[in-house]
Design a protein around this ligand. Structure first.
Ligand code: NAP
Length: 248
């Protein structure tokens, strides 16, 4: 499989779900992984699990919507490890309701975490990666950013925004050997989707050609490939990992 030996990777939203799986996968491939989110205890459990398997991980408590927080984190990592090779902007939230009922706060909070959080991460890491003349940035979007979804105007706008952010950044910094790509997961079994009722889950599964809900590991496998040396000629792209639910 793809190797990430001696690479330093930051994964936001690594305390659970898809981020946790990506952190574990990167560590198994040989990277030192900085697991970042707001919940120190949960992050410690993830990092301890990685270390118990012989991997290398550390924990950083961060709110991705705070640029200064992100800049301090990247500075600390560069000072400590000498490089930041991979950044995965995965932290994300939902605040679903119809637009008629959506508050300004529901809108602002989702945009602040999902879209501005990725902007903050990219802004914080770009100088370091440009100096290195190498780097991998992976933004976790959603199929909803491609298709839209009733009840999720804030989330869909943030996820569509990530695709534009990815393309524009890829064009700006490609000449420095940095690739920027997006993964658009479909319906993945995590806390985020756990609260759906069985009827809604069955309806969704009926729209998936591969006939099953995805796992965090399905997303982590694509994130591993995109972080690897082998993906060095791919940039500005969005990869749907959704069992075939959305075909464009
Ligand atoms: N599950 C799906 O079906 C699906 C589909 C498409 C896209 N996605 C996207 O995939 C990503 C991961 O989703 P998931 O399903 O794994 O969600 P999840 O289980 O709810 O995990 C979300 C992660 O984001 C972190 N987070 C939230 N707000 C944060 C903030 N302000 N600062 C730092 N970290 C923050 C959470 O950690 P703390 O609470 O510890 O801060 C947690 O680790 C999200 O961007 C989501 O939109 C998921």
């Amino acid at each position: 499989m793809f190797k990430l030996s001696k690479k330093v990777a930051v994964v936001t939203g690594a305390s659970r779900g898809i981020g946790k799986s990506m952190a574990e996968t990167y560590a198994r491939a040989g990277a030192h992984v900085i697991c970042a989110s707001r919940s120190e205890d949960a992050l410690n459990l993830v990092a301890d699990g990685i270390k118990s398997e012989g991997g290398s991980a550390s924990v950083s408590v961060i709110n991705v919507s705070d640029l200064e927080n992100f800049q301090n984190l990247i500075k600390k990592i560069s000072d400590e490890y000498g490089s930041v090779d991979i950044l995965v902007n995965n932290a994300g939230i939902t605040r679903d309701t119809l637009i008629m009922r959506m508050s300004e706060d529901d809108w602002n909070t989702v945009i602040d975490v999902n879209l501005k959080g990725a902007f903050n991460g990219i802004k914080a890491v770009t100088r370091t990666m440009m100096k290195q003349r190498s780097g991998r940035i992976i933004n976790i979007s959603s199929v909803v950013g491609l298709t839209g979804n009733a009840g999720q105007v804030n989330y869909a706008a943030s996820k569509a925004g990530l695709i534009g952010l990815t393309k524009a950044t890829a064009k700006e910094i490609g000449s420095r050997g940095i690739t920027v790509n997006c993964i658009a997961p479909g319906y993945i079994a995590t806390d985020m989707t756990d609260q759906m009722d069985d009827q809604a889950k069955d309806l969704l599964i009926s729209q998936i050609p591969l006939g099953r809900i995805g796992s965090p590991e399905d997303i982590a496998a694509t994130a591993l490939f995109l972080a690897s040396d082998e993906a060095g000629y791919i940039t500005g792209q969005t990869f749907t990992v959704d069992g075939g639910m959305v075909m464009i």
